[in-house]
Every structure is written in C-alpha cells, then in structure tokens.
Design a protein around this ligand. Structure first.
Ligand code: SAM
Length: 226
C-alpha cells in the first residue's frame, strides 16, 4: 500500500534523552513543521539532536482553534509531526482531536512507537500485564466518586497517572473503594536519575508516602479485582 501520512505522532523521551528512536529523529527533521505542546521544551530537544525545523504551538488551550489552520496546511500538501512535552502524544496529552480531524478529512495519520510512562510502570509493577486498563488522570471533582466505584470491580490491572501532591489522597480513596489489601506499585521518575518503584499493598504504600514529601512524576499501578 502506498501511504503518505500527513501527520506523524512522534513520542519523545520521558526523561532519558537516549530513549528517542532513530526514526523519530529522522521524521522530526523531514516534516515541513512540528506541532509542539511547549515550544521552549521542544526547542531544547531539537537542539540536543541537531534538528532544525519550525515549531507551531499546539496545546490543550489552543488546540480547538489551531486545528482548522493545521488541517488547511495539511490539505495543501504539507506534512506535520505532533510532539508533546514528553511521551506519546494523545496519551494524557493533546493529540486525539487533531487525529480525529485528520481522519475526518481523509488525511493519513501515522503514530510512531516510542516512549510513554504507562508501559514501563505496568511491566515494573510485577502485577499481571496481559490485560490492563489505562485510567490516566482521574477527574478531580465531578465524576470522580463514580469512576472510583466503577474501577473497583474491574478485573484488569489499573494504571493511573497522578501528580505527586495528590498521590496520598488517591491512594486513600482507592483504599476506601477497593479495600486496603490490593497489591500496587508506585513508579517515580521513570528513566531519570532518581527512578524508583515501590511495591506493596495499598495500605503499605499509603504508610510509606504519609512519611515523606513526594516529588517527581508518578505512575500508580493497582491490582484488578480478584
Ligand atoms: N504523554 C505522556 C505519556 O505518554 O506517558 C503522559 C503525559 S501526562 C501530561 C504526564 C504524566 O505522565 C505525569 O503526571 C506522570 O503521571 C506520567 N509521567 C510522565 N513521565 C513520567 C516519568 N518519567 N516517570 C513517571 N511518570 C511519568
């Protein structure tokens, strides 16, 4: 099949810059322009890899507005790459709306495989990973209680993204809805200097994190219902 993607989704490192792929570097060099969640951050990445290309801002606060002009450039024959701050675009990051708009306009989209935080956290957890549910960030207020209830009966390993400041609250709420004995893991600062994964029951993890200031980026993985 002769495919001509108009949009490439390009994963970028979640910490360790060695995790970028050769293809990601080539695509970022070859496209006509790069859509970036944070042009300053992407600028640093491009400089590191000796990539010169033009950056167009595309983030959650302008994505509805910017899609129209992006689509018209792609329809005119230009090719773009979308990157987020870190990891895979579209995974708890902007991406979905643009992909959907491209497909509606019959513009081909190709997502490169590459870094994302959820997969190493899941595999590191030691919990079953043949089937899992990626939850991402729970809503802060509206819908949170209902979602927690729904998740408590899921038989699949659950993968949450959470900010370090809210981790203890999330673990406490999970203990309320699922009980204290589910096995879980907290992966912190994956691929970075202070990377660590702590494993235990929800109760044990809540005790460990109550004693210290949690810092860095966090993925929480929780055993499914037995
Ligand atoms: N698109 C990214 C991906 O593919 O993983 C996720 C972006 S989301 C805005 C940021 C969240 O991802 C963080 O709050 C954290 O939960 C998780 N995350 C990103 N990098 C991480 C890292 N190095 N270690 C642990 N968690 C990380």
């Amino acid at each position: 099949m002769n495919r001509n993607p108009s949009l490439y989704l390009v994963p970028t490192p979640i910490g360790n810059l060695e995790d970028i792929t050769l293809r990601a570097i080539r695509v970022l060099k070859e496209v006509d322009f790069i859509l970036s969640e944070d042009t300053r951050q992407t600028g640093i990445l491009l400089k590191h890899f000796g990539i010169r290309n033009s950056l167009v801002s595309h983030h959650q606060f302008n994505e509805h507005k910017s899609i129209e002009s992006i689509i018209s450039r792609l329809k005119a024959g230009e090719v773009a790459a979308l990157v987020s701050d870190a990891g895979t675009p579209g995974i708890s990051d902007p991406g979905f709306l643009l992909v959907r708009a491209c497909l509606q306009e019959e513009l081909d989209v190709e997502s490169l495989p590459g870094p994302t935080a959820l997969i190493p956290a899941l595999v590191n957890s030691g919990l079953p990973c043949e089937s899992f549910l990626f939850v991402g960030f729970l809503p802060h207020k509206k819908g949170r209680a209902g979602k927690l209830k729904e998740l408590s009966s899921s038989p699949y390993t659950l993968v949450f993204y959470e900010s370090p400041f809210r981790l203890s609250k999330l673990i406490a709420q999970l203990m309320e809805s699922m009980g204290p004995d589910r096995r879980a893991s907290v992966s912190r600062e994956l691929t970075k200097i202070y990377e660590e994964t702590l494993r235990g029951t929800l109760q044990e993890l809540s005790e460990q994190f109550a004693e210290k200031d949690v810092k860095g980026e966090i993925v929480l993985v929780v055993e499914g219902a037995r």
